[in-house]
Design a protein around this ligand. Structure first.
Ligand code: GLU
Ligand code: ZN
Length: 500
């Protein structure tokens, strides 16, 4: 059976790249009846912060993406937090010391820093550790450790016999990228597996856990590809079979550079604050580097879970298109019912000051009833209340010129608005079809263009020449409020000299 994992290090806010990795693992599990688990890779204690862990849980709760096993829900491979598994890693590090596949390095941080600085000064192309301690005898190594000298454990990357020779190669097959071969000489020279602070490094903890947790497939971002040869060597050194690897296509901005803050929002928190819906975000992210069905854009999570497969992944990098995501968001807003859309956006309405304080029952009902007026146009949740503000607070009374239809003058605007005013009680009580009929009748009887009749009325009632549907607005505002606004508008027109 498939077992996959999302293994974030809580060292930053959850972002698009991480969510994409998590989602693809989730979908891969769903599509094959497998299990998806969460593992916290929190062994880098210098970069760990509890708020990032909280952000992880909050983000996934908001997205509605759940794991089958994890720190919060438990499971047979518990604990799922690496900082609580250090004994497991220590044991494997000791095994590796015993078999000679790893060795103790007693170099001080100062020595390593000096090495780095010297190489830099000499413009040497060599980087990383110089394998200084690799040839310390087992006896000496054990003696120094027993004497309390501080050390790290390093993996002995297998090298060719001849110093400076090409070295053997490490091979593996990536599900997406195919056969990959690395010269061992090009692998990070003898990386640290276990640190002097008693914590493992990413490499050791990751490999040990993937093995112990029965992970069958590692789907992760392509930036980890260069660690994989090392992991393959480590699996071999521990006598274990490596899982299948699949390194996911990169996610780029439109300029072809790796997606970053320079391109726009990347943290999920930020998208959330900007009024995106989790369904829209998941739907769009599912398409970053994977194609499902020709000509179909909208997928539920459940559908994606059925359709996903590794051979639908694209090798080419995915381009993150903020406009496309906005389109998705609009589509998902259109799919919401009145009650749900109102509930989702009511807190934003309160924040935007639509109501004097906490909304009354009547205001809530009016707000919910107003959803059809904006649902077709809004692409972001906060646009829903901001486009409806005029229904709850009197907008500033527009200046005289705002009521004058093209090619007409002030006195005719007054006349048109007075005609409109007469219609209001009937419009407030009419449904959409009936309202349209009434207005058309009136325009015909008075020999007016429909647009000319409606334009001053719209400006007076909604406070703007462009607004959500007028008749719906009149219905929701009610006769009294509409007439008061119209009278205020007429006063402006009259004092501007529009009296006839
Ligand atoms: N902890 C690593 C990360 O932060 C996990 C990489 C992997 O999936 O192996 O992404
Ligand atoms: Zn050393």
């Amino acid at each position: 059976m498939r077992r996959v994992r999302y293994a974030p290090s809580p060292t930053g806010l959850q972002h698009i790249g991480g969510i994409r990795t998590a989602l693809f693992n989730y979908l891969f599990a769903r599509s094959g009846g497998g299990e998806f688990l969460l593992r916290l890779e929190d062994t880098d204690r210098t970069r760990y912060a509890p708020e990032y862990e909280k952000n992880l849980y909050d983000t996934f709760a908001w997205l509605g993406l759940h794991w089958d096993e994890g720190p919060d829900v438990g499971g047979p491979s518990a604990p799922y937090v690496q900082s609580r598994r250090t004994e497991l890693y220590r044991r494997r590090a000791e095994d590796l010391l015993e078999t000679g596949r790893a060795y103790r390095c007693f170099c001080s941080a100062e020595r390593l820093e000096k090495l780095r600085a010297e190489r830099e000064a000499a413009r040497s192309s060599e980087t990383g550790y110089d394998r200084h301690c690799r040839n310390i005898s087992a006896e000496e190594s054990a003696r120094r450790a027993a004497a309390g000298e501080s050390f790290t454990v390093r993996l002995a990357i297998p090298l060719a016999e001849t110093p400076g020779g090409p070295g053997p190669e490490t091979r593996f097959t990536d599900k997406l990228l195919g056969d990959i071969e690395w010269k061992n000489g090009d692998i990070n020279p003898d990386p640290v597996l276990f640190k002097s602070d008693g914590f493992p490094t990413y490499h050791l903890a990751n490999v040990v856990d993937d093995h112990l947790m029965g992970i069958t497939h590692v789907l992760r971002a392509q930036e980890w590809l260069s660690s994989t040869p090392l992991h393959v060597i480590l699996y071999g050194a521990l006598g274990w079979k490596p899982p299948e690897f699949c390194h996911l296509p990169m996610v780029m901005g439109q300029d072809g550079k790796k997606l970053s803050k320079r391109h726009g929002a990347t943290s999920i928190d930020e998208f959330r604050r900007q009024g995106y819906l989790p369904e829209a975000l998941l739907n769009y992210v599912a398409l970053l580097g994977c194609s499902y069905e020709e000509g179909k854009d909208i997928y539920t999570l459940e559908e994606l879970g059925r359709l996903f497969s590794l051979d639908k992944l694209n090798k080419a990098p995915a381009v993150f298109d903020y406009k496309k995501l906005e389109w998705y968001n609009g589509q998902y807003i259109r799919m919401k019912g009145d009650a749900e859309l109102a509930e989702l956006t009511l807190p934003m309405a309160v924040e935007q000051g639509l109501f004097a304080g906490e909304p009354s029952g009547e205001e809530r009902a009016r707000y919910t009833a107003a959803m059809p007026l904006v649902r077709e146009r809004a692409n972001f949740l906060h646009e829903v209340p901001s486009r409806l503000a005029y229904l709850f607070r009197d907008p500033p009374v527009p200046a005289a010129e705002e009521y004058i239809p093209k090619k007409l003058d002030l006195p005719s605007a007054v006349k048109l608005l007075r005609l409109g005013r007469e219609l209001v009680p009937a419009l407030a009580a009419a449904d959409e079809g009936e309202a349209e009929r009434r207005v058309k009748e009136k325009a015909e009887a008075e020999d007016l263009k429909l647009g000319d009749l409606l334009m001053p009325l719209r400006a007076a009632v909604t406070g703007s020449r462009v607004s959500p549907p007028l008749f719906g607005s009149i219905r929701l505002l009610g006769t009294e409020r509409c007439l008061a606004r119209i009278d205020a508008a007429l006063a402006v027109l009259e004092s501007a000299g529009g009296v006839r």
